[in-house]
Structure formats: structure tokens, C-alpha cells
Design a protein around this ligand. Structure first.
Ligand SMILES: Cc1cc2nc3c(=O)[nH]c(=O)nc-3n(C[C@H](O)[C@H](O)[C@H](O)COP(=O)(O)OP(=O)(O)OC[C@H]3O[C@@H](n4cnc5c(N)ncnc54)[C@H](O)[C@@H]3O)c2cc1C
Length: 429
């Protein structure tokens, strides 16, 4: 079997893998990125958060992203009957220097990032599948991969570090039996693209709408031009009963949310409804000797706050911060330590934790009650906007506002309980 030797092998060329590949290659390291698809490829996950712009700047793709995609200035939340709604505007976000984000078609977006990785000097191979990660004892030492076109003979790629950015395929997490389903959330989704969905006027043309319905929630994501992505995220019980008929399931969800239904009147569906099955999971560990999990390969909970791409790219950035000094000093033993990437894992779990609190909260009426009518006492609205903008490493001042919000939610729940009002948990609706 042929053998290649590199500093780092990255599995997957999505936003996590391409960010890791670019930043490592820019440091002069020998990196190979293996991606089993041919880009551009369709991918769901089209709404970005303002803080991702910091990463675009670091990667050197800000100008291309700005000229290719529509600006997203806010996140509009509305109830199924349309009686309660709120537009969070990113210009109000605490500790966030970016007033807007983007809505992107992922085929174009991910291709921009992966081309940039190639430009930075990484060896990027599309239509190459990683079949296995190689271990010597507990230490990962490389991968076995093969080309999906041409000669299919597998090759061995020896590396000082294996970055698993394989997304929901979670190659390594599954191999090591680390991936655990999140039974509380337990979500699935059905989605498609439309032409001529009604939009907001002016600067909010590109803002996202999140509409609630009894089985879950719906996204409306306008792209540049006249195409809009619409999808429903639903609890598994709702999904289970209807999954054999995605078109019907999708239509039923739309019919259950009056404001979204109104926006879809007269719109033309451009492709069949697609589905993503149960997708809420976390890995017990994010790293070990010679290996580290990046982005969705480590965990994914729920897309309600559009955090997936930002978190994957942040994971990559944090991995690179630790990996570069170790690799550059050519002290691979630093990377063979069980605890070498523990600081990465701790920091990312803290960062993701902010979103996790909000995600679980979104399925709790006590939280929703505050979320739909935030006061700006204690600058709570600014802090919520800050979380929605993707500020995952907030200052203490910022965190204090979020704690204040959590306290108000807690009190809300207690008051409701004392009055005998049920706080419906839509997670299991
Ligand atoms: C229904 C739904 C809606 C979402 N909406 C949003 C949203 O609005 N905003 C947002 O930010 N996020 C959203 N997400 C999440 C977002 O799509 C992901 O978090 C993001 O794509 C993760 O990036 P990644 O690089 O970790 O993984 P991916 O983007 O999944 O990339 C992984 C890559 O690895 C490749 N790969 C897998 N296995 C192998 C292998 N064995 N060998 C070689 N290559 C391999 C795959 O082909 C893929 O290209 C959504 C997710 C879902 C399910």
C-alpha cells in the first residue's frame, strides 16, 4: 500500500475542515484535506451568524462572501398564530462588532472556503473517502483512504495529527463509540427551496424568520435573488408518524404556522422536499492522543439559532491554536498526550454551552415567554441579541445579563406553576 507522510490529515472539506486546512497551511504545515464529495455540493445549513465574519476575515474571504451573498440583519421570531413576534437586530448585539451576517447557498459558500484552502497551500482532494483512522495503541497515527474516481486502491496517510471534520458522519466518534443521541431534543427536519416567497422590505429583506408550530418550528431563509429556503424542524414523534411522506409532512407543518403559510402563498416549489433524520447528538470526548474532533463531527444539537457553521469554524480555529506550536516545534509528543486538546474541548464546550442553554430553552414555554418580549432592563435584549449574533465567548458583564435572563425564566416557571398554569414543553409535543 502506498504511504504519504504529512503533518496533519483533515477528514472532510466542509466549513470546519476547510478552516482547519487553511489556517494550518498558512502556518507552513504540510496538510492534506480529504473530501468525499465533489464540490459544489448541496448542503443544508444556510443561515450564518455575524461573528462568523471574524473568521472570514482571518481566512481572507470576506470580500468574496460580501459580494456573493445577501446580508442578514436580524432574526425574526413569530408564534404559530402570528400574535407574538419579535425581530432581534444584530446592530443591538452586545459585544459584537458586526451588524449583519449572510444567508448563503452552501454549495457556493463551502466551495469558496475549500478553494481558499487549496490556495493557502493545502493538498485538497475531492472525491477521496477516508475509510478508517489508524491507531498505534491509543494514539491515532493516520488514515486509510481511497479515491472514488480512477484507481480505487487504498493508500495510507501517516500524520502527526488527525482532525476529524467529517460532519454528521462522525467517523471517529462512531468508531470510538463516543457519539450519544440527545434524547431530549431528538429532532428531524424536512426542507426545500421556493421561488417568490414574500419577504420583508428594506434592509430586513435578508433576515431569517423562525415560525413556531405545535410540532416544532419553521425557518424562512431568503437568498440573494428570488429563491428562499424553507424548512421545518420537528420532534421525532411528529416525524415518526409522517416520515414516509415528506411532502405531506412538510405541507402539514406549513399549514400549522399561519404567518409562514401566508408568506408561501403563490410561491413555486423548486425541488422535492428533502429530509434529515434524527440529528441531535454529542460526543463524550472531543479529543485523544493524536486526534481531535471538529464541529459536527463532535456534536450537533439543533439548528434553531443557526450556530452550526460558526461553531465548526471556531472549533477549527481553536484546534489550530493548540496544534501549531506543538507541530512547529516538531514536538509531536505534545500531540500524543491524552490531555493535549483538553483546553480546546473545555473552551468549546463552554462556548457551545451558551447555545445549548438557549436551544433547550427554546422548547420551554417559560423561556419563550421572555424570548418573545425581552425587556431591556439590565440590557437583557442586547445580551440575547449578542448570543444570537454568535458571541460564544462572552465577557463576564455579558454573561451576567444571560444569567439574569435565566433567573427571570426560572421565576416565570415558578409563578406559572404556583398558579396551576402548565408550561408546555414543545420538545415532546
Ligand atoms: C436541518 C438543518 C439545518 C441547519 N441549519 C443551519 C443554519 O441555518 N446555520 C448553520 O450555521 N448551521 C446549520 N446547520 C448545521 C450545519 O449544516 C453544520 O453545523 C455544518 O455544516 C457543520 O460543518 P462541518 O464542517 O462540521 O461539517 P459538514 O459541513 O457536514 O462537512 C463535513 C464534510 O465531510 C465530508 N465527509 C464525511 N465523511 C467523510 C469521509 N469518510 N471521507 C471524506 N470526507 C467525508 C462530507 O462530505 C462533508 O462535506 C443545520 C443543520 C441541519 C441538520
Amino acid at each position: 500500500m502506498n504511504t504519504l507522510h504529512v503533518d496533519v490529515v483533515v477528514i472532510g472539506g466542509g466549513p470546519g475542515g476547510s478552516t482547519a486546512g487553511t489556517l494550518l497551511a498558512k502556518e507552513g504545515l504540510k496538510v492534506i484535506v480529504l473530501e468525499r464529495e465533489q464540490f459544489p455540493r448541496f448542503k443544508i445549513g444556510e443561515s450564518m451568524l455575524p461573528m462568523v465574519r471574524e473568521l472570514y476575515e482571518r481566512l481572507g474571504v470576506s470580500g468574496t462572501i460580501e459580494s456573493t451573498f445577501i446580508q442578514k440583519h436580524g432574526a425574526h421570531f413569530v408564534t404559530a398564530d402570528g400574535k407574538r413576534e419579535y425581530m432581534y437586530e444584530f446592530k443591538n448585539a452586545m459585544d459584537c462588532p458586526y451588524g449583519y451576517a449572510y444567508h448563503v447557498k452552501r454549495d457556493e459558500h463551502d466551495q469558496i472556503l475549500l478553494n481558499n484552502t487549496r490556495k493557502a497551500g493545502a493538498d485538497v482532494r475531492e472525491r477521496w473517502q477516508v475509510d478508517d483512522v489508524l491507531f498505534e495503541g491509543e494514539r491515532a497515527v493516520g488514515v486509510v483512504a481511497h479515491a472514488l474516481d480512477g484507481d480505487p486502491t487504498p493508500i495510507t496517510i501517516k500524520a502527526k495529527l488527525v482532525v476529524d471534520a467529517s460532519g454528521r458522519a462522525s467517523l471517529l466518534s462512531k468508531k470510538l463509540n463516543l457519539r450519544k443521541a440527545d434524547k431530549i431534543l431528538n429532532k428531524a427536519a424536512a426542507f426545500t427551496h421556493f421561488k417568490n416567497v414574500k419577504r420583508f422590505d428594506g434592509k430586513h429583506e435578508g433576515s431569517i424568520t423562525i415560525g413556531c408550530f405545535p410540532g416544532g418550528w419553521i425557518w424562512v431563509i431568503p437568498f440573494k435573488g428570488d429563491v428562499t429556503s424553507v424548512g421545518a424542524v420537528m420532534h421525532h414523534s411528529y416525524w415518526r408518524d409522517k416520515k414516509e411522506k415528506p411532502e405531506e409532512m412538510f405541507k402539514a407543518a406549513m399549514a400549522d404556522c399561519a404567518p409562514v403559510k401566508a408568506r408561501l402563498e403563490g410561491a413555486e416549489q423548486l425541488m422535492p422536499v428533502m429530509t434529515e433524520g434524527t440529528f441531535s447528538y454529542k460526543s463524550d470526548r472531543f479529543s485523544g492522543p493524536g486526534w481531535v474532533l471538529c464541529g459536527d463531527a463532535a456534536c450537533f444539537l439543533d439548528p434553531v439559532f443557526s450556530s452550526g457553521v460558526l461553531l465548526s469554524m471556531r472549533c477549527a480555529e481553536e484546534i489550530v491554536k493548540l496544534a501549531v506550536p506543538a507541530l512547529k516545534k516538531d514536538k509531536p509528543e505534545l500531540l500524543t498526550d491524552q490531555k493535549a486538546f483538553r483546553p480546546y474541548e473545555q473552551r468549546m464546550r463552554r462556548g457551545m454551552g451558551t447555545f445549548w442553554t438557549f436551544i433547550y430553552g427554546f422548547y420551554d414555554e417559560a423561556f419563550i415567554d421572555i424570548f418573545f418580549r425581552p425587556t431591556n432592563r439590565f440590557r437583557m435584549m442586547n445580551a440575547i441579541s449578542g448570543v444570537l449574533a454568535g458571541n460564544i465567548f462572552p465577557s463576564l458583564k455579558f454573561k451576567a445579563r444571560i444569567w439574569a435572563m435565566q433567573f427571570v425564566v426560572y421565576m416565570n416557571r415558578r409563578i406559572a406553576k404556583s398558579r396551576g398554569i402548565a408550561m408546555i414543553d414543545r420538545a415532546s409535543a
